[in-house]
Design a protein around this ligand. Structure first.
Ligand code: SF4
Length: 317
């Protein structure tokens, strides 16, 4: 059902100069996302997944590489007007709705703001669109004058989602959108994201540290470790047949009764290496039970091992 590519991320790098050297937050990451698809991006905190999301929509300028949206490089959007157009096409929902919403703005004004700033829409049309969007995301009209501190986490995140949707984007980066919410509210917000994806024909990059959240919503899943994508395939293959030792370790920590598999719990040993001026070789080598000599010398490239199943590991050379 998802045939046409909407986004191609090509060899994107994002480095930061820090006191101790150069921090390789994102190191040569490439993947495509098809129209209408959800790609889950998982990994431990600090692995660079949020930086990938921000680089794709140019909240961080990539150090190298390119992102092609609908056949056009996002780096070609230069003037203010062009960047406004890009903002309309690509949006982000942040993890913590409380810190991402201006506490002095009401629900109505928070949702209206992107329309006022980017769409130059006013008056009755503005009002109609804001109230319609509130209805779409499940916010009652009576909350229009409420401020973020008067609302619970779920409602605040619904405002964040409404702000992302109101400009009718094609693509949304969901950056840990339910991680700050109570478990009881997480499912409601995930259902909302699923429903509006169909209604607005949206494509998502869904970032999470939690594989059990990502599996509910993703068509394919990419696993990241220390700035690199180590495995990418459809969501079922990740759970049934994980090939990369890091993915296997991540999965061993969560029960998956649906597929009837008992897994051996794999405890990761060794320290997470520093992303500052990383050593050559596989980034996972220091913690991998299957590490070989070659792993310490050469970085395994991401290769297609089976149709649609890509892995970066010398075990599959
Ligand atoms: Fe382990 Fe080597 Fe594969 Fe890296 S390349 S995950 S160290 S086996």
């Amino acid at each position: 059902m998802h045939n046409e590519t909407l986004i191609s991320v090509k060899n994107v790098k994002k480095y930061f100069d820090v006191k101790a050297g150069t921090l390789h937050a994102v190191d040569d990451v490439s993947f495509d996302i098809k129209k209408g698809e959800t790609l889950g991006l998982v990994g431990e905190s600090g692995c660079g997944k949020s930086t990938v999301g921000r680089a794709i929509i140019r909240l961080h300028e990539p150090t190298a590489g390119d992102v092609i949206l609908d056949g056009k490089s996002i780096l070609e959007y230069k003037s203010r007007k062009e960047l406004k157009t890009l903002r309309q096409k690509m949006q982000i929902v942040f993890q913590d709705p409380y810190s991402s919403l201006n506490p002095r703005m009401s629900t109505f004004d928070l949702i209206a703001e992107p329309l006022r700033v980017n769409g130059n829409i006013k008056g009755e049309e503005l009002e109609n669109r804001v109230y319609k969007m509130m209805d779409t995301v499940g916010l009652e009209d009576r909350l229009a004058d409420s401020y973020p501190h008067e609302l619970d986490g779920g409602r605040r995140q619904r405002i964040g989602i409404a702000r992302a949707l109101i400009l009718k984007p094609e693509f949304i980066v969901m950056d840990e959108p339910v991680s700050a919410l109570d478990v009881s509210i997480q499912a409601q917000v995930l259902n909302l994201l699923d429903r509006v994806q169909d209604e607005f024909e949206l494509t998502y990059l869904f970032i999470s540290h939690d594989l059990s959240v990502v599996r509910h919503i993703s068509d394919r899943i990419a696993v990241m470790y220390l700035g690199k994508i180590v495995e990418i395939t459809d969501y079922k293959s990740i759970f049934v047949n994980p090939l990369h030792p890091y993915t296997q370790a991540l999965l061993s920590a969560i029960p998956i009764p649906k597929y009837g598999y008992e897994r051996e719990r794999i405890f990761l040993e060794g320290d997470v290496p520093s992303p500052i001026d990383p050593k050559p070789g596989c980034r996972f080598a220091g913690r991998c039970r299957k590490c070989m000599e070659i792993c310490k010398e050469s970085m395994p490239p991401l290769k297609e091992i089976k149709p649609g199943h890509f892995v970066a590991c010398h075990l599959y050379d």
